[in-house]
Design a protein around this ligand. Structure first.
Ligand SMILES: NC(=O)c1ccc[n+]([C@@H]2O[C@H](COP(=O)([O-])OP(=O)(O)OC[C@H]3O[C@@H](n4cnc5c(N)ncnc54)[C@H](OP(=O)(O)O)[C@@H]3O)[C@@H](O)[C@H]2O)c1
Length: 325
């Protein structure tokens, strides 16, 4: 089968189209004939060796397609069934991928309405957006939310899910003026550049700050995140795209009555796949009902390096998906 693989860590040029063996599902797993695969910033981090998946590695955290074969003990899926899945350990940039039964969602009934490129685009991003708002920040009716990297895959979904959950004002922050317009399409009340946050967030919140700050970026905004939060506000850390973290003293949470929280879908999927499966189904329903939409840009499987280059340059908005077969 055709797959994209890297044999050493490095720049986008290490992503190589190869002919490789078809993977077989193990116990509790299914193999999937992949039609589309999503592209995630996490895969850029794997490729660079920031997280080391081991080499050779076929990247790809999410796919859609049809079930090809069932591993031992699989009872809830059948061959030929249309599905979307979190592959998590990688393997998505390929004609056949393997996923755990519990991280695979059947796209039947109302979920059959989800088009294939969108079905490939949601299994990683939207459940993260859902979990950080609903489970971690526990956003309440009328609360204000600020989303960093607001035009990106997770960010664009978070803006819409925050609204769906009853948030009041929803603000986005982006890394360049060029993304202000595109980000507005995801329903923000206001989109700001990072440099404007310190001045504009107090103005926009009667001097209080936001109730929830979603931070996958780190860097200077993370270092001043508590100043941007209202009393009892929650700063949710779920990524570090800038590669600049910040250290807090725990006592500061006590003094300020503010919370720093975190989320990791891989960690949760390993310990509580049932919870992640619930988030996947919830998000698939939001897509099928039209409550949330994803803006996808399609590329051929062999052009994946282009998507990685654009993601690394910070020029992407919405989500790249790869046409596989
Ligand atoms: N914890 C989890 O379970 C989990 C799961 C999935 C994703 N994530 C994280 O969520 C974030 C969003 O993922 P995504 O796949 O949807 O990506 P994305 O948001 O579409 O792309 C990454 C964005 O990060 C921002 N960024 C800030 N500093 C950057 C830098 N130095 N280099 C590159 N980008 C930078 C850029 O937006 P601006 O230019 O607008 O800042 C860029 O567009 C990533 O950081 C990812 O690691 C976490």
């Amino acid at each position: 089968m055709r797959a994209i693989r890297f044999d050493t860590y490095g720049g986008p040029e290490v992503l190589t189209l190869v002919d490789t063996a078809v993977p077989e599902p193990g116990p509790g797993e299914v193999s999937i004939d992949v039609t589309y695969a999503g592209v995630n910033f996490a895969e850029v981090m794997f490729r660079r060796g920031q997280f080391e998946p081991g080499t050779p590695h076929v990247p790809g955290l999410e796919v859609t397609g049809t079930v090809r074969a069932l591993g031992e003990g699989v009872t809830t899926l059948r061959p030929g069934q249309r599905v979307a899945a979190l592959t998590l350990a990688g393997g998505g940039y390929a004609e056949v991928a393997v996923a755990r039964e519990r991280l695979t969602v059947a796209l039947d009934g109302e979920l059959d309405a989800i088009p294939a490129p969108v079905a490939a685009a949601f299994p990683c991003n939207l459940p993260v957006s859902w979990a950080i708002l609903h489970e971690v920040a526990r956003v309440r009716e009328g609360e204000s939310v600020l989303v960093l990297a607001g035009a990106g895959g997770v960010g664009s979904g978070a803006a819409q899910i925050a609204r769906h959950l009853g948030a009041g004002r929803v603000f986005g922050a982006v890394g360049s003026a060029a993304k202000l317009g595109p980000a507005t399409r995801f329903g923000y009340d206001e989109v700001l550049t990072y440099e404007e946050l310190e001045r504009r967030i107090p103005e926009l919140t009667d001097g209080q700050g936001v109730d929830v700050l979603l931070d996958s970026v780190g860097g200077p905004v993370r270092a001043r995140a508590l100043d941007l939060l209202a009393p009892l506000g929650r700063h949710v850390v779920y990524g570090n795209a800038s590669q600049q973290d910040h250290t807090y003293e725990a006592n500061l949470m006590w003094y300020t009555a503010k919370t720093v929280a975190g989320y990791n879908i891989g960690g949760l999927a390993n310990r509580r796949p049932d919870l992640v499966h619930g988030h996947l189904v919830e998000c698939a329903r939001l897509l099928a009902s039209g409550a949330v939409r994803i803006e996808t840009t399609e590329l051929a499987l062999e052009d994946v390096a282009k998507a990685h280059e654009i993601l690394e340059r910070r020029d992407s908005t919405g989500k790249f998906v790869l046409r596989v077969s």
